[in-house]
Ligand binder design. Sequence first.
Ligand code: ZN
Ligand code: FE
Length: 254
Amino acid sequence: MLDIRQIPVLSDNYVYLIREPASGAVGVVDPAVSEPILTEAKRLGWKITHILNTHHHGDHVGGNLEIQAATGCTIVGPSHDPDRIPGMAIQVTDGDIYTFGNEAAQVFFVPGHTRGHIAYWFKNASALFCGDTMFSIGCGRLFEGTPQQMWTSLSRLRALPAETRIFCAHEYTESNVRFAVTVDPGNAALRAYEAEVKDKRARNVPTVPSTLGLERTANPFLRADAPELQAAIAMTGRDPVDVFAEVRRRKDVF
Ligand code: ZN
Ligand code: FE
């Protein structure tokens, strides 16, 4: 069992506090900042034992050293990025099963947004912490990777069970949907979600987590091999990597 709390920080980041109650292990996933996280943990009576980082960007590791100084926690991150994760003590790599109290997280190496990005899949809890690789109806920008790498990364995450909850690191869904309908206009699942997202955001309700089942049907970055999307952007039958690259390019200039 994994108790997950979502903490909105900065303009649109989500930091997650996770607790495995049998052991008392408490992790912070991608602490952009320290103070609101320490405050919330204290309010909950949770003692932070770990930080789990997905990638090196400041809005994911910015709170690492201050939280570590305040709690003595152990920092876990990608072996693929040994020099850019402040305070990293435990390096994990693709295929590793990282034991967190009585729960286990499978590590996925998912380069594309950065060259060292990883994701943590808590299978029993149906929870994926994917940082800036996948967003609801979006994906991360390709700062350090290629379309081929990102398509491969997303394809691997896409293969997880439909009920998997997608705990991504940003509330970008509303603008992602505005773009998605321009490349996948006939997608009924996307249109239905568009209405749901508008309603939630109007009430300041998070759209995250979504589910992988929803993302598979409505996220254009997971649909580069879907005939309907390919037809809508006049790329029928093309290599999904090229289709993905074109959708990403259009989003970059949207
Ligand atoms: Zn990032
Ligand atoms: Fe980010």
